[in-house]
Design a protein around this ligand. Structure first.
Ligand SMILES: Cc1cc2nc3c(=O)[nH]c(=O)nc-3n(C[C@H](O)[C@H](O)[C@H](O)COP(=O)(O)O)c2cc1C
Length: 371
């Protein structure tokens, strides 16, 4: 199968596919909306969300899965260790109207790997395969009967109540809502729905690269595509991503492969595609404070300080709206301010102000003399 044909297996997209990588604590809906508007990558992923948390469905968890129509195609990433929970959680993902479900087999964080989740699954290949199997079964069963399962009645009511919260929020923002469907997505919460693709995002190994055996293992369950970050778990985010291992992954399987790791600027996207032969590239950290990095015209673009400040405020406004102007939550925006400000005149002076802002009005006040 050619690269072009393989790329079309990914949501019918054209080669090459450029995607925003999932990032916990970063790729929430406000960030994704900004990325979509100024960079317009082909696909975006949510932050990873635990299957167990999803089944209990408190607002704080479901908030990770809030999205706007403009973000489509948007893919929900889930993680965990218990295959059965993946089966049930997958149905919630579809009920919420996502375009795809992605399984995290790459997170190296201590808490995640100690529970046997994320990249720790590289050491338990049988469980990894069982998880893919159960996610696919969840998709198939949902298509047959559209029923949520594996939740207490109370949790199911919570999901429904949260869907109502989503609807009301959308209404508050003057977005038209169809009361018979969740969010305003295409799938009814308790009705039939279309099949969505199941993908995996992983790394090249645990403490050393085992690319070939690991990819061959995943291949047995035929995920629609696999995204691979060219580092082992042990490397965390340090050292260099090994693009030769990524090339190897592409060569040994017919499953479409998306590659990831160390794309630092727009020109690296082409370099990675040429080096690895993959059908697409995921961009992570290079997007911090720089949604333009995905833009085809990026190399010729001069983004002024005024423009960056304007986008920073727009981002903060979206965040404030989603979080009901909660000051405790707003603090999470400070890291973004630091990233947008890179290279600013008087950056030091401004940074010292922005590390203290607690609200949108604080932010606007601090920026007044800089724009
Ligand atoms: C702060 C942070 C959070 C991340 N969270 C996730 C996550 O939730 N799910 C995931 O699959 N990868 C996660 N990653 C990994 C990235 O998606 C990506 O694989 C990695 O950063 C390498 O790509 P880059 O060099 O383009 O940043 C995270 C990375 C960072 C820096």
């Amino acid at each position: 199968m050619s690269k072009i044909e393989k790329s079309q297996k990914v949501l019918g997209l054209k080669y090459p596919i450029v995607s925003l990588s999932p990032m916990d604590g970063i790729t929430d809906s406000p960030f994704r909306q900004i990325i979509k508007k100024y960079g317009n990558p082909d696909i975006i992923f949510t932050e990873f969300t635990h299957v167990q948390g999803l089944l209990m469905a408190p607002w704080n968890t479901l908030k990770h899965f809030y999205y706007e129509e403009v973000e489509r195609p948007v893919i929900a990433q889930i993680y965990g260790q218990d295959p059965e929970l993946f089966y049930h959680a997958t149905k919630i993902v579809i009920a919420l109207g996502f375009d795809g479900v992605d399984i995290n087999m790459g997170c190296p964080a201590k808490k995640v790997r100690a529970a046997g989740s994320g990249a720790a699954l590289i050491r338990t290949p049988d469980i990894a395969r069982e998880i893919i199997f159960q996610v696919k079964r969840g998709v198939n069963d949902w298509v047959k009967d559209g029923k949520l399962t594996g939740m207490s009645n109370k949790a199911m009511k919570t999901v429904e109540a949260n869907v109502t919260i989503f609807r009301n929020r959308l209404k508050k923002m003057n977005i038209e809502v169809d009361n018979n469907s969740n969010f305003k997505g295409r799938q009814n919460l308790i009705g039939k729905c279309i099949e969505i693709p199941v993908s995996v995002k992983t790394r090249i190994g645990y403490d050393e690269p085992v690319t070939e055996s690991w990819i061959k293992n995943l291949e047995k369950e035929s995920p629609e595509w696999i995204s691979i970050h060219g580092r082992t778990l042990k490397q965390m985010y340090g050292g260099g991503a090994d693009w030769d291992e990524l090339k190897k992954a592409v060569e040994i399987t017919d499953i479409p492969i998306m590659t990831n790791g160390d794309v630092k600027e727009f020109s690296d996207i082409k370099k990675m595609l040429d080096h690895t032969g993959s059908i697409g590239v995921l961009v992570g950290r290079a997007s911090f404070g720089n949604p333009w990095v995905f833009n085809k015209d990026y190399e010729n673009m001069e983004i002024s300080q005024e423009e960056k400040i304007r986008v920073m405020i727009e981002h903060a406004e979206l965040f404030d709206q989603l979080n009901d102007s909660e000051e405790k939550a707003f603090v999470q925006m400070r890291k973004h301010f630091g990233w947008y400000m890179k290279g600013f005149d008087r950056a030091k002076e401004l940074r010292s102000k922005l590390v203290r802002v607690r609200s949108l009005s604080d932010l606007k006040e601090s920026l007044k003399e800089f724009s």
